[in-house]
Design a protein around this ligand. Structure first.
Ligand code: ATP
Length: 309
């Protein structure tokens, strides 16, 4: 289960700047709900908690996530709008995202929004650094969810997902403290270095493990990923794909990794699955739409083989 802000997402249909775009496609996106949808596609029960405005975009957010089979626990906030992001493709291989989320309903998530018993009944809680930075109340909500998970023996997964535009020295420190409480930490090179300033990503990963984190997973874009787990270091190369849009690859990757963990796959297998999920997400424009099912994965990894049913 996971919590965080999901926004309406408008993206240009053609390559070029938003300055001249005339045709926009409407959808939704949010790091945590992307992971929840990715998990559902891979056969894992998932629940998402968020806040939306009392407006059509809020209804759209809830409807789309629910349509994917995710259990939606949404607070409808009458006093704030659903956040919005705009995505343009300045060139065939690049993407830029603009956020309109200041004072949005989703950023007003608070500990009071956590349903009684919701965290405690989970196999795993997944949270991200975006929620830890988007507002003080959202950060408190993440902290409370982690506390409840820890007290109930529920594993905690944390994707650093650092957004410098939301950061401040004090909030950054709080994010670091939250990440340090997780059992599984995901991050890119810069993000692991951010967690332990002055150290390389590898040294930062080893510090986290020494301090009690069970596993640290380094996302390396087209180069794949590395997991530090059970005293071992596992590398897995990336898949070569035609990249259209990499936004959301990290979330699909996390869904792949966590689904493998929950299914009992060993570290190399779950890392390979995660890489395949991330690569497949890069092949289409949406933030989560091409997050694969198990059958999609089997076809992608072995196009000539029989699909796994
Ligand atoms: P985002 O925040 O944009 O969702 P991220 O920065 O968290 O992504 P990345 O390292 O960019 O994470 O990507 C996550 C995973 O997706 C990579 O570890 C890899 O498995 C896959 N991936 C990303 N980019 C590519 C690519 N160009 N080619 C193949 N696989 C990729």
């Amino acid at each position: 289960m996971t919590l965080g802000e999901t926004m309406a997402l408008m993206r240009t249909r053609e390559i070029g700047s938003l300055r001249h775009a005339t045709d926009l496609a409407l959808g939704i996106g949010g790091a945590e709900s992307n992971v929840a949808i990715g998990l559902r596609r891979l056969g894992v029960d998932a629940s998402w908690l968020g806040r939306v405005g009392d407006d059509p975009l809020g209804e759209r957010v809830q409807r789309e996530i629910r349509a994917e089979g995710v259990d939606v626990r949404c607070v409808v906030d009458a006093d704030a709008p659903t956040g919005l992001m705009l995505k343009e493709r300045p060139s065939a291989s690049s993407t830029a995202v603009f956020y309109y989320r200041a004072a949005s309903a989703g950023s007003r998530l608070s500990p009071d929004d956590l349903p009684e018993g919701w965290v405690e009944e989970a196999d795993l809680l997944h949270v991200t650094g975006i929620s830890a930075l988007v507002s003080a109340s959202a950060r408190d909500c993440v902290a409370e969810a982690i506390l409840r998970a820890k007290n109930a023996g529920v594993r905690v997964s944390f994707d650093v997902n650092y957004r410098s535009a939301l950061g401040s020295p004090a909030a950054d420190d709080e994010l670091r403290a939250l990440a340090a409480r997780a059992d599984i930490v995901f991050g890119g090179d810069d993000e692991l270095q951010f967690l332990r300033p002055g150290h390389s990503a590898e040294a930062a990963a080893r510090h986290l493990i020494d301090e009690g984190c069970g596993e640290v997973v380094l996302k390396r874009g087209a180069d794949g990923a590395t997991a530090y787990v059970d005293g071992d270091v596992v590398h897995s190369p990336g898949f070569v794909v035609d990249v259209v849009d990499t936004v959301g690859a990290g979330d699909a990757f996390v869904a792949g990794y966590l689904s493998g963990l929950l299914a009992g796959l060993d570290p190399p297998s779950r890392l390979a699955r995660a890489n395949a999920c991330g690569a497949m997400l890069c092949m289409t424009p949406g933030d989560w739409e091409s997050s694969p099912t198990l059958r999609d994965l089997a076809r992608f990894c072995d196009p000539d083989g029989d699909p796994v049913l």
